[in-house]
Design a protein around this ligand. Structure first.
Ligand code: GLU
Length: 496
């Protein structure tokens, strides 16, 4: 048997370090067994998926030095590798399940579903709706069908409570309660498949033998197991990797830690060090050494060396490792090349000069004017905001609102950022100048700089957002209570 693994990211939002971590372990497992690793894009959620996000995922994984044998960008014998291009397959398979009596059409309306859940809750049961809850009398089904009412296709799941045993490569037999497993929607009323159907059909058709994925998918495993049984397919071996965590042990989230790979690239981390650090997440080399290359990891890879305690993604530790890489593996020549590639190049100068030149008298004026564009997080203090009108609370509010606005922004251009900020100033009934003043400090470290909107466009979304977040922290941060109040106020501004 040839081992085949895959990573299956959904192209929504920024490329996440968690995606790279899962990709890395799948890649190592496949390569260590002389097998293949492929990349599939799970873009069935058409409202949230974007081509920009897909491109950013592919670019970031490549930047990290990861390679795949089949994928949407390079093709392969088992394509297409984008789920949105495989819709007919999912419909066919859903129909096949219905024909065999393993799935059923469900005409229940949203209001009926709410009432059914309520009834289960009142009866002391889980709210997982079972086929018997959903069943309608034959005449009612016929009437709804005649009217052309919308329907979904749902999975037939066991009614009775009982244990579903799922075998995991690291955890052994995991017991899950059938009582908690609902008659999962497989095909939505618009004909789109859900994750469960598309994922199982694709893993089978793409010949996947081992599924290494995050532990948040354990609860889906019984549904997948049923699907494999109904289709009479062999189920791949499952391996649920531990979730990455913040230093306070909570699940890694961008509220507490930057999670976008683009942020780490922009901060000047080396891809060699970042991939090395991700390799240390729950895994260790046989000799426990901290520093290793991707190919060394592949040579020594053994999935059984994964430990299940939640690995902590700690930026300070990453910086320390990055420093080791920088000092030990780069001579001056190599470092100079890397710096030029990273930021000190003509393209970047050409982007900055149109903004900087009006303020320059000598060439040496450039560095103080534009240094913030090649810096990481700026050394701000509360006093940095002394020149800004308004009290601390008011400044925090403006920064937080601007941050929320910019977090929602997908396409990152000067004009769109300007429109966002202008819209926000209008909604708050303040002058745009007053809205931009604290942003100037957050983004450039001083108000003696060129347009903050241009600066943000040049810095990119990740660094811009990280600096605004940092500014909010420096000013004392937003407590949970304050966040609630601000959120309410922000929502009341309406669609900006
Ligand atoms: N699309 C899923 C995700 O975004 C894939 C989960 C899996 O590997 O099965 O994580």
């Amino acid at each position: 048997m040839t081992v085949r693994t895959r990573v299956a990211p959904s192209p929504t939002g920024d490329p996440h370090v968690g995606t790279a971590y899962i990709a890395l372990f799948n890649l190592c497992f496949a390569r260590a067994h002389g097998g293949q690793f492929l990349l599939r894009i799970e873009d069935t959620d058409q409202t949230r998926s974007t081509p920009e996000s897909e491109q950013a995922i592919l670019d970031s994984l490549r930047w990290l030095g990861l390679t795949w044998d089949e994928g949407p960008d390079i093709g392969g014998d088992n394509g297409p590798y984008r789920q949105s291009e495989r819709m007919d397959l999912y419909r066919e398979h859903a129909d096949q399940l219905v024909a065999a009596g393993n799935a059923f059409r469900c005409y229940r309306t949203a209001a009926e579903l709410d009432a059914l859940r309520e009834a289960r809750r009142a009866g002391g049961h889980s709210t997982a709706l079972k086929p018997s809850d959903l069943r309608l009398a034959d005449e009612e089904v016929a009437a709804r069908e005649d009217r052309g009412d919308p329907y979904v296709i749902r999975l037939l799941v066991p009614e009775e409570e009982g244990v579903c045993v799922v075998r995991d490569m690291l955890r052994g037999d995991i017991e899950l309660d059938w009582g908690m497993i609902d008659a999962q929607i497989l095909l939505k009323s618009d004909g789109m498949p859900t994750y469960h159907l598309a994922n199982v059909v694709d893993d089978h058709l793409m010949g996947i033998t081992h599924v290494l994925r995050g532990e948040e998918w354990i609860n889906s495993a019984p549904k997948h197991k049923l699907l494999y049984e109904y289709f009479k397919w062999d189920m791949p071996q499952l391996c649920h990797l531990p979730l990455l965590r913040n230093p306070d042990k909570s699940k890694l989230s961008k509220r507490k830690n930057p999670t976008s790979i683009l942020y780490y690239e922009r901060m000047g981390f080396l891809p060699e060090a970042l991939i090395n650090y991700l390799g240390r997440m729950g895994w260790s080399m046989p000799d426990e050494r901290e520093k290793f290359t991707l190919s060394e990891m592949i040579d020594d890879f053994d999935i059984q060396r994964v430990s299940l305690g939640g690995p902590i993604f700690d930026r300070e530790k990453l910086s320390w490792l990055n420093g080791m890489w920088l000092r030990e593996d780069f001579d001056d020549e190599a470092l100079a090349d890397r710096l030029v590639d990273w930021a000190f190049n003509r393209d970047n100068l050409m982007r900055v000069l149109p903004h900087a030149r009006q303020r320059m008298e000598t060439l040496s004026d450039l560095a103080p004017l534009a240094g913030f564009l090649v810096s990481g997080i700026l050394p701000l203090s509360e006093a940095s905001f002394d020149s800004v009108k308004g009290d601390r609370e008011a400044i925090i509010k403006v920064l937080q609102f601007a941050l929320w606005r910019l977090e929602a922004r997908r396409e990152w251009t000067r004009d769109l950022i300007w429109d966002d900020m202008k819209g926000l100033a209008d909604a708050l009934d303040i002058k745009i100048k007053d809205l931009l003043a604290p942003l100037f400090i957050a983004i450039a470290g001083s108000s003696a700089s060129f347009s903050v909107v241009d600066s943000m466009a040049m810095l990119g979304p990740d660094m811009s957002r990280a600096r605004i977040r940092h500014a909010v922290e420096v000013l004392g941060g937003v407590s949970k209570k304050a966040a609630k109040r601000l959120d309410k106020e922000y929502m009341a501004l309406g669609a900006l």
